[in-house]
Design a protein. Structure first.
Length: 147
């Protein structure tokens, strides 16, 4: 087990004991009626939207663009981010607040950061996998995609 994985597990344990909260962003990247989903190197085995935590004083839209650049080497640039919702999750006393965005991009090309992402793939909007995070469902419902 890597030091990264051990640290992650220790932080999660501490967060479940001490009442903490974090703000995070997730971004649905849409291209040619496809959505890019990832499996994080740490955490569960569900497909989810790329994204991450906000730095102190950072605006959610700025964090979304930064995270997509860091994780997938995709420069969203001036593309418009559409804010879908703010979702909340709780793990014991630890709370996470997610701002969920979507944007259309012009290319299916990306390079996943293998330090953070175990697996990544484009899925047809009508064919997203069943084993997915509920934040994917928020986007799919908003897009009114039928399965």
């Amino acid at each position: 087990m890597s030091i990264y994985a051990i640290t992650y597990k220790c932080v999660r344990l501490a967060q479940s004991i001490v009442p903490l909260s974090t703000r995070r962003v997730r971004v649905a990247l849409i291209c040619e009626r496809r959505i890019l989903l990832i499996k994080n190197r740490l955490g569960d085995d569900n497909w989810t939207l790329p994204g991450g935590g906000l730095k102190k004083g950072e605006r959610p839209a700025t964090a979304a663009k930064r995270e997509i650049q860091e994780e997938l080497s995709i420069d969203i640039g001036d593309n418009k981010l559409t804010r879908f919702s703010t979702e909340k999750k709780q793990f014991g006393l630890y709370k996470e607040s997610y701002v969920v965005y979507a944007t259309a991009i012009d290319s299916l090309k990306y390079k996943a950061n293998k330090t953070e992402i175990r697996e990544s793939r484009w899925f047809e909007l009508e064919g997203v996998p069943r084993r997915r995070d509920e934040l994917v469902d928020v986007v799919m419902k908003t897009l009114e995609v039928k399965r």
